[in-house]
Ligand binder design. Structure first.
Ligand code: KG4
Ligand code: ZN
Length: 332
């Protein structure tokens, strides 16, 4: 029975995962306080985590129907993410682990997104290709075991979620933009506007920065052209075409990775993997496709517990001095 904590960005998360990889509880407290700023303010995120962390842990234990005495290990995200935010989760995990004499298992956030696929009665066993697309990272990887992954291609600039968030802002939609773009796009035509899809980016790498610039110019041109009714009148078509460009690039790179590796098994993860059109498109990309529930794609602690089941605990002598890390060395 593992208690897992995740505080790498603006969601305060705690979960209980059992020895069979079944999620007993998965509590996510999203910090709405950032909406007013159009993005996550790191210092505010840290302070909110401090206020919410103990309540979220209590809630996760209560929902799982377990007490501290039932726990066998504590798992926590160590990085990458916002330093101050990560520190709240790590300090909490250390306190519980040291006070209760439990092993502490540090987990990499990106390994967590991959490990969302190791949870539940229908867990996917390696080897498989995994697409991870979130607000901070976008990459396609080869997963050969439960403890690591090999990046085959990654974004050269913005992450897919970042592109959706920035595009949403240009369309006057709230933060985080991905779900709002998806909702508005449902009533639009994905072929209404042709946005560039990273032509010239070699191999399995991706690029999303040009897309955002292209949307910026399209919105500006529509607003200048009085006869068009302005960009607002074309909101649904713009959202649908923009979303299509993001989904198409992610799907093409994933399909190419499947071809190149010869693997016919696919998994996805990260917040953008909650996107309906992406899930739909990739559901047909391989013979075996594993798509975690939406709550296991966006940031959550159950995925950290899912990864921890397969990872070593830190040496108890190292636990008090264990530090967080902000950036990833493998996948931007
Ligand atoms: O994995 P995540 O929760 O946090 C990070 O590790 O970054 O991903 C957040 C990203 C945001 O950019 C958000 O706009 C995007 O995931 N996202 C979506 C959807 N839900 C969240 N993008 C497209 N469609 C969605 N339904
Ligand atoms: Zn994430």
């Amino acid at each position: 029975m593992i208690l897992a904590l995740e505080t790498s960005c603006d969601d305060t998360c705690a979960a209980v995962v059992d020895g069979a990889g079944i999620v007993r509880s998965n509590v996510i407290s999203s910090q709405a306080v950032h909406d007013a700023y159009g993005g996550v303010v790191p210092e505010i995120a840290s302070r909110q985590h401090l206020q919410l962390m103990n309540l979220v842990v209590d809630d996760a234990l209560a929902q799982a129907g377990v007490g501290l005495d039932d726990l066998e290990a504590v798992a926590v995200t160590r990085g990458p993410g916002l330093t101050g935010a990560l520190l709240v989760g790590l300090a909490t995990a250390k306190a519980i682990a040291i006070a209760r004499g439990l092993p502490l298992i540090p987990v990499d956030h990106l390994q967590g997104h991959v490990a969302a696929n190791f949870l539940g009665p229908d867990a996917l066993e390696p080897p498989f290709v995994c697409l991870v697309a979130s607000g901070g990272h976008s990459f396609v990887a080869r997963v050969d075991d439960h403890t690591s992954f090999t990046v085959l291609g990654r974004t050269l600039d913005d992450a897919a979620g970042e592109a959706l968030d920035k595009g949403a802002r240009l369309l006057g939609l709230p933060f985080p933009g991905g779900p709002h773009v998806e909702r508005l796009a449902a009533a639009g035509d994905p072929a209404a506007f042709a946005f560039p899809v990273a032509r010239g980016v070699p191999g399995l790498d991706m690029s999303f920065a040009g897309l955002k610039t292209s949307l910026l110019y399209t919105v500006r041109d529509l607003d200048r052209d009085a006869a068009s009714g302005g960009a607002a009148a074309r909101g649904a078509d713009l959202a649908a075409s923009y979303q299509h460009a993001v989904v198409d690039q992610l799907a093409r790179r994933t399909e190419r990775a499947l071809e190149q590796t010869g693997l016919d098994r696919l998994a996805i993860g990260g917040g953008v993997a909650a996107n309906g059109p992406l899930r739909e498109r990739l559901s047909r990309a391989a013979s075996v496709v594993h798509i975690p529930g939406r709550a296991l794609c966006t940031d959550n602690a159950a995925m950290i517990g899912g990864a921890a089941r397969h990872l070593p605990a830190a040496d108890p002598a190292d636990v008090p001095g264990l530090d967080v890390y902000a950036t990833d060395r493998r996948a931007r």
